[in-house]
Design a binder for this molecule. Structure first.
Ligand SMILES: Nc1ncnc2c1ncn2[C@@H]1O[C@H](COP(=O)(O)OP(=O)(O)OP(=O)(O)O)[C@@H](O)[C@H]1O
Length: 292
């Protein structure tokens, strides 16, 4: 049975189509990144998975249960973008309280350890930094030992150091065969932490694969050289070229096969200077996938 089964869900707000007929099946034990730019429909999808929003069409099941049943039985734990913490309780009290709501929770000390909160257990939550408060939200999400953990842009408020610690905690949690789905708009975060990346744009899935496949699909490599004042016309028709960009005197030919492009380029009669083969930055690759 799939851990998460999202079948043809759709959601509009007035005339904004936030999610359009999205289907996603996640086997148990997979760590999936839902990657997309702002407004792509990630939060709406996550909210439908958790039963916080009812889809206009389609259905969601977690291990065969409805979102409401999955939440009630502790199958799913969630960390959303916001959510206030009760300020006058200690970290240990807050996490302990949430833990007490579940039928088969994780030992409290283990939760605090995984979330990096052991040393902060006696601190009142009103006195935590933004990053520390985010760790408490993570602890609350895993306290019930959910089989499925859903996180909506979990590191948005964290600095680099806290991000690293945070992802180490998630990976440790997932290592026990648990299923994790997280939304992010950082390709690097998806690349480093997910087994599978589902790219969402304008409410639809535009790519789905391993991080390596996604990078490959996003254009792979590029051949860059100084074109000077020679005409760029015709470069896009060279074999294996998927796209051409010219900026000032520099031309960039996107391709999955740079060797073929270089060979063809020398056959054009153009004067090619400063030739290099580059791997475009991950963010550029992501943009090329998500822009219409
Ligand atoms: N409550 C709402 N009322 C009206 N429109 C909404 C509402 N929530 C979301 N939208 C719109 O639906 C679309 C998808 O939004 P959603 O929050 O799901 O995207 P997202 O990918 O999570 O974006 P972000 O990364 O900015 O959180 C956007 O156009 C957004 O403006």
């Amino acid at each position: 049975m799939e851990a998460i089964s999202i079948e043809g869900v759709a959601k509009s707000y007035g005339n904004v189509r936030a999610v359009e007929s999205l289907t996603l099946r996640v086997p148990a034990g997979q760590v999936v990144a839902v990657l997309g730019p702002n407004g792509a429909g990630k939060s709406t999808t996550v909210s439908m998975m958790l039963g916080l929003i009812t889809p206009d069409a389609g259905s969601v099941e977690m291990f065969g249960k409805s979102p409401a049943e999955a939440a009630a039985t502790g199958y799913v734990g969630a960390m959303l973008q916001d959510g206030d913490l009760v300020p006058n309780l200690t970290v240990r009290e807050v996490v302990g309280f949430v833990r007490g709501l579940y039928p088969d929770p994780m030992p409290l000390d283990e939760v605090l350890e995984l979330a990096g909160l052991t040393d902060l257990a006696k601190r009142r939550t009103g006195r935590l930094s933004g990053g520390q408060a985010q760790r408490v939200r993570f602890a609350m999400a895993i306290a019930g030992a959910p089989k499925i953990l859903v996180l909506d842009e979990p590191t948005a408020a964290l600095d680099v150091e806290s991000r690293r610690a945070f992802w180490a905690g998630i990976r440790a949690y997932a290592a026990d065969g648990r299923t994790v789905l997280f939304a992010t708009h950082h390709l690097e975060e998806a690349d480093e932490n997910a087994d599978r990346v589902v790219v969402v744009a304008r409410g639809r899935i535009v790519a789905d694969g391993t991080p390596a496949e996604i990078k490959q699909r996003a254009g792979g490599r590029a051949v860059r050289f100084t074109l000077g004042d020679q005409p760029a016309a015709g470069l896009e028709r060279l074999p294996a070229v998927s796209a051409v960009e010219v900026e000032g005197e520099v031309a960039t030919l996107h391709t999955a096969d740079p060797d073929t492009v270089v060979a063809a380029l020398y056959g054009t009669g153009l004067k090619v200077r400063d030739l290099e083969i580059i791997t475009p930055a991950l963010e550029d690759a992501f943009l090329s996938l998500t822009s219409a």
